[in-house]
Design a protein around this ligand. Structure first.
Ligand SMILES: [Cu+2]
Length: 140
């Protein structure tokens, strides 16, 4: 009985930590298959923040890409340009979509050929990182 009570107490102590880690849902992560001969591409995904606290994506890393940057598209005198963001806020209760024509993870120095499923680490300002599996998807 004493053992059970101890376990319960530890669970209670740990649960807020798990709640924070579980509050982000990352869905539909995919990497666009690079054009043959090119070593850069983009990754897309949806991040849903189910918590009451804003979260901020600060970096992404993968062993199959030499460099990953957070990018957005801006309209500049009728021309679409990409711009690097140092961080990307995921407001509480909202879904941020990284999708073609908008926000994306820019992938540089790809180590080709890429596997069909790619582990991608997303790191947040609070020091937490989450690993998601991104599927390699052809452009067609
Ligand atoms: Cu870009």
């Amino acid at each position: 009985m004493k053992f059970l009570r101890t376990v319960f107490a530890i669970t209670l102590m740990l649960s807020p930590v798990f709640a924070v880690a579980d509050s982000l849902e990352i869905e539909d992560a995919y990497v666009r298959e690079p054009i043959p001969g090119r070593y850069m591409s983009a990754a897309f995904l949806k991040i849903e923040n189910e918590s009451e606290k804003s979260r901020t994506l600060v970096s992404a890393n993968a062993d199959w890409a030499g460099l990953i940057e957070i990018h957005t598209h801006i309209h500049d005198n009728g021309v679409m340009r990409m711009r690097q963001l140092q961080e990307l806020e995921i407001p509480a209760g909202e879904i941020v979509k990284l999708q073609p024509g908008g926000l994306h993870l820019m992938l540089f120095k790809l180590k080709l050929p890429l596997a069909k499923e790619l582990a991608l680490d997303l790191c947040f300002k609070n020091g937490e990182c989450e690993t998601v599996t991104a599927k390699l998807r052809s452009i067609k």
